[in-house]
Write a protein that binds this ligand. Structure first.
Ligand SMILES: Nc1ncnc2c1ncn2[C@@H]1O[C@H](COP(=O)(O)OP(=O)(O)O)[C@@H](O)[C@H]1O
Ligand SMILES: [Mg+2]
Length: 272
């Protein structure tokens, strides 16, 4: 039986991939060994020599072990979903955003500073959104409504070494996620308790994908060679759309089980 290593992610992959030995490990607790071209991954539960890897590293702190592991997977030539090359483009928010921008898609306007003291040179109308560094899952993101809060937040931002992006707050009527796996596309809108639709999400609604956005998503998917990719889009009342990010390790919650099987099939095809 071939062995699939699931790095982080959901607990259900064993059930979706019954024809394989599925071993799951957290990147935070692993050590990686490349020996004579063969890859071994160890943690306190033991060592595994994977035949394929399902990379499901979600909203944790981005650390060097993640990019090192991706390089070792590439060097070992093991099938990995997404590919290490694709995952490395998406690893940092700025290179992810640059990729969307280069393709001419309607990415949200944003300013960037690498030192918080330069924020005083950034003039944006309230409300706006500040995003610190390279985090997912809503982490490091704050809505700034007025001068008083902005002053406090700038003081807080002084302590970070990460780059800071500032973008207009989009008073959206729908927060939309399109997700592509292989050649299939699904669409969903989400509602959150507060302004971040992905945090304390109260509502998921799947709907029929629209052709123009499917084409945009497929162009992006092809450009970065992704097996799986999602884009997050904010829709204004007047119909204007703003892409806030793409995610090459998107969560699948809220969608049907079909997506899990589709993703598993991408991996098993690479193994056969
Ligand atoms: N500029 C913005 N205006 C309004 N809402 C935003 C803006 N940026 C992000 N959000 C909300 O916050 C959520 C999370 O932001 P996002 O940039 O997708 O980061 P991540 O999902 O990686 O934490 C979005 O889905 C959206 O609901
Ligand atoms: Mg998002």
């Amino acid at each position: 039986m071939k062995t699939i290593l699931v790095v982080n992610g959901e607990k259900y992959w064993k059930d979706i991939l019954p024809a394989y030995t599925v071993v799951q490990k957290s990147i935070q607790h692993t050590s990686w060994i490349l020996k004579s071209g063969k890859l071994f991954v160890a943690d306190r539960d033991g060592v595994v020599q994977p035949d394929a890897i399902l990379w499901r590293v979600g909203a944790i702190k981005p650390t060097e072990i993640q990019t090192t592991a991706l390089d070792l997977i590439a060097l070992a030539g093991i099938p990995c979903v997404n590919s290490p090359e694709t995952l490395k483009i998406g690893f940092d928010r700025l290179s992810m955003l640059a990729t969307i921008k280069k393709l001419g898609l309607s990415v949200i306007d944003f300013d960037v500073v690498t030192k918080s003291t330069n924020l005083k040179n950034i003039k944006m109308d309230f409300p706006f959104v500040v995003k610190v560094g390279n985090y997912h899952g809503g982490f490091g993101k704050v809505l700034v409504e007025d001068e008083r809060k902005w002053q406090d937040i700038q003081d807080l931002l002084f302590v970070t070494e990460h780059y800071i992006t500032v973008e207009p707050y989009i008073n959206y009527v729908r927060d939309i996620r399109y997700i592509a796996i292989n050649d299939k596309v699904w669409a969903m809108s989400r509602k959150g308790k507060f302004w971040k639709a992905n945090i304390e999400t109260t509502d998921f609604e799947e709907f029929e994908p629209e052709e123009a956005l499917v084409n945009d998503l497929k162009m992006l998917q092809n450009a970065i060679g992704a097996d799986i990719i999602a884009i997050d889009i904010l829709e204004e009342e007047n119909g204007n759309l703003h892409i806030v990010e793409y995610n090459d390790i998107p969560g699948l919650s809220g969608f049907s089980d079909e997506l899990k099987y589709e993703l598993a099939a991408v991996l098993t095809r690479a193994l056969s």
